[in-house]
Structure formats: C-alpha cells, structure tokens
Design a protein around this ligand. Structure first.
Ligand code: DSN
Length: 443
C-alpha cells in the first residue's frame, strides 16, 4: 500500500487493522468469503474510472471500446457457466437485483410470496420493512415446526393467495430446496418463479447443490458469497422463463437500466468475470465440495456437543443454531464467540419467541474458513470451542441472575463476557489455528 501510505495513512492503518482482524479470526458468517488476488486486481483497476450507462453497443458516453468487450465477455461467461440464455451483470448487489426483477415482472401492489425472514428467507423477499413488502402485497410462507420446508402447506397457501411471483431462496435455511416442487406449485397458479441463489451460486457451480435452471423463470444471485467473487450481482433468465414470457429478458434489461440504476460498476463486473473463470477450475469444485463436508462435520460435532440445530443439520454451507436451551440471546452468544475469535452472526429462528434485534439463534457457515483450507479435524476443534464458550457464558449469566431485559443492554453483556475464563484461552488457540491456515491466494 505504498500510495495509501503517502496519501492517506489513516485509511491505510484502518485497512491494515481490518486485514489483521480477518487473518487472526475465523470468518464464519455464511455470506462472507475472501477473494483471490486476481479478483482484487480487477476490482481495484482503472475500470472503476469509467462511466458506461447503457449496454454493450448502446452506451450513452464515448470511450467504451474495451468496456463493451469486458461486459460482453462476462455476460457470455455467466451464460456458459449457469447454462442460461440471458444474463445481466450490472446489478450493484443482491437487493437491487431482486428489486429489478420485481419492477420488471410486477405492478405496484401485485402479490409476491417468499420465505419469511425469520424462517430463513431474506428482507427483499417481501419483508414488511423492505420496499418489497411495501410496494407489493406480500404473503410469506414458513417452515414447518420440524424446521423443514413444508411443500404441502406452501401449495395450499399458493392456491389460496394466487401470487404473481413466488421467490424460492434462502439466507438461513440449511437444507436443499426442491426446485421441481416449487416449479410444479408455481405452475398451478401461473406464477413467475424466481430462484434467489445468492448464498448458493458457488455451490451450484461447484456441483454440490442442485441447479434451479431447468425449473425456474428467473435467477438472481450475488457474486461475493460461495461464488468467491467481488461484491455484485447477476440476474439470469432461463429458457423456461423465455417460454413463459418471450419478453422477459428485455423487461429485466430495461428494469436494471434505466429503470433502477445508472452507470454499472465495470470494475466489479470484470471481477465477476475473473471469479467465473476461477470457478471453472477443478480446484473450485474441490473447494465447493469441502465447504459442504466442513459444514456437515461442524454440524455433527455441534450436535454431539449439545447444540440444537434448526432442520436437524445441514446439506449446504450454513448452520442455524437454536440457543433456547442455553437461555441466552443470539446477541450474547455472537459477542462472546467474537471475543474468542469465532465471528458469526445472531439470527432469528423459526417461530422465535424473541424479537429480531434480540433473537434466539446464531447462524454460521464454512465458505470463509474453507478458503483457508481448513478441513474436518479443524471443524471438530471449532465446535468444541463453541461449546466451551457458550456453556460458560450461560452459566455466568445464570449465576449473575440476569434477566432478558437486562441482557438487551450491551454493558450487561460485556460484564458477562469479561468474566469468562474460556474466552481468554480459546482466543489464543484460534490465533494459532489461523496462523496454521493463513489467508493466502488460492490461484
Ligand atoms: N446479508 C446477507 C446474508 O448475510 O445472508 C444477505 O443479504
């Protein structure tokens, strides 16, 4: 960082601190990952200097000779990788990508149906605090009490509500989505079917999660999660989608630009292209396979160590833990684990008795630590460390007779965490593990 050092030592110092934090802790938020040096170079390149409103061959500004070539190349890579006839690589991230699909396919107040946020869906799948739940009528479907998607209940709800669009996508449901069942249900009411594979795109390309391509009309994905690319997103239209509506591609194209966005981030688009090239390699397939093997190993050990896992385990990269039996909030658990170097997030669980800001669960995943080449034996260690920390924290809270109301205060949680002996020794172990599995370039 020779230039940053000269120009802005303050920002440089903060970047270096963040780099150290990432290198010394376990990145276990399932939507996070790290990129290759090649992706970093593309994102940090001169492409960020260029405005390119429009699409290749149809831009509003001059100087697009190479920009057009780049965007076209990346679009072709997406089409080849996912086997789709249309791709748009301009959405700035996942939420705008979903909004673009809604504006392309729906009128204000049309009905949409997505998985409820607390049951593993996403804010943009119709949650009331998001425009997706305000500009459109939103009816959510839920998991069954057993933590599994109940397709019969979904069908009943769809037949009753007749949504115009059904969204099949997850951020916290660890099991495999049955794309075919979704497709049969959507067909009954002639609804459009959107698969939001933001969490799953890398697993799909790695061949360890079924592809929705033959079953849905439209697909959205971010590019920075299991796909291991830069922050960005893609919208794809499938052959099935074009059969249902031959103008679907044009509608999406218009919705992204000029409907919702101005100039695309060509540097990020180039980075997406690099990530897709990397995903063609055998090593990426091995990586994807290991993500799932690690998540399964971690889930098995967590269960052995007394954790209650929603849906009973995982078939993907993520795990959702119900902490009710430990009588602590997800906030306290996530903060205690962070103090021990294990970085994950608090999360609502299905039928949560607590509010979303103080939920009963934590969510974790393996894409980040698998990028550091950790394998099953390391998952065993992490599960044990989690058990030791959570049990001790729960015990301290009990001894201090802390109520739920008091636990809501950050100072109270800090007091509990300060008393932990386990955290002080586990952070040392985590640092040692991180040194053994450093963040390095993987290509
Ligand atoms: N924030 C992402 C996640 O953590 O799942 C989804 O947008």
């Amino acid at each position: 960082m020779i230039y940053l050092k000269k120009v802005d030592p303050q920002i440089k110092a903060l970047i270096q601190k963040e780099k150290k934090r990432q290198s010394e802790t376990l990145m276990m938020i399932p939507s996070e990952n790290m990129v290759s040096k090649a992706v970093e170079e593309a994102v940090g390149s001169c492409l960020g200097n260029k405005y390119a409103e429009g699409y290749p061959g149809k831009r509003y500004y001059q100087g697009q000779e190479y920009i057009d070539k780049i965007e076209t190349l990346v679009v072709e890579r997406v089409k080849k990788a996912f086997k789709v006839p249309y791709a748009n690589v301009q959405p700035l991230s996942g939420s705008p990508a979903n909004l673009a699909v809604y504006t392309a396919l729906l009128k204000p107040n049309d009905k949409i149906m997505g998985l409820e946020l607390a049951h593993g869906g996403h804010l943009t799948h119709g949650d009331k605090v998001s425009v997706s739940g305000q500009f459109f009528k939103s009816v959510s479907y839920k998991l069954g009490k057993d933590g599994f998607l109940d397709y019969q209940a979904l069908e009943k709800l769809v037949l009753k509500e007749k949504p115009k669009l059904i969204i099949a996508g997850i951020t916290a449901y660890p099991k495999i989505l049955d794309w075919k069942k979704f497709s049969l249900i959507a067909k009954k009411v002639k609804a459009y079917l959107l698969a939001d594979i933001a969490h799953l795109a890398g697993l799909v390309l790695g061949g360890v999660y079924p592809s929705p391509v033959s079953f849905v009309d439209v697909i959205t994905t971010t590019t920075h999660k299991t796909l291991r690319g830069p922050r960005g997103a893609i919208i794809m239209v499938t052959r099935k989608g074009l059969k249902k509506d031959p103008d679907l591609d044009k509608k999406i194209q218009k919705a992204v630009f000029p409907g919702l966005q101005g100039g695309p981030h060509i540097n990020s688009i180039a980075g997406i292209g690099v990530a897709l090239k990397e995903a063609e390699k055998n090593s990426f397939k091995k990586y994807s396979k290991q993500i799932v093997l690690n998540a399964k190993a971690l889930a098995k050990e967590l269960k052995k160590n007394g954790f209650n896992l929603i849906s009973g385990g995982t078939d993907s990269h993520l795990i959702l833990i119900d902490l009710s039996s430990f009588k602590i909030t997800g906030n306290l658990a996530a903060e205690a684990l962070e103090a021990g170097g294990i970085v994950l997030n608090r999360n609502s669980i299905p039928y949560d008795s607590r509010p979303p800001f103080y939920p009963s669960g934590i969510r974790l995943g393996t894409p980040g630590i698998t990028s550091r080449e950790m394998k099953e034996p390391q998952m065993k260690k992490i599960a044990l460390w989690m058990k030791i920390i959570i049990e001790e924290i729960s015990e301290i809270k009990k001894k201090m007779k802390i109520s739920f109301e008091s636990e809501k205060k950050k100072e109270t949680r800090e007091k509990i965490i300060k008393q932990s002996k386990a955290i002080k020794s586990i952070i040392v172990e985590v640092k040692k593990l991180c040194q053994k599995y450093p963040i390095k370039d993987f290509y």
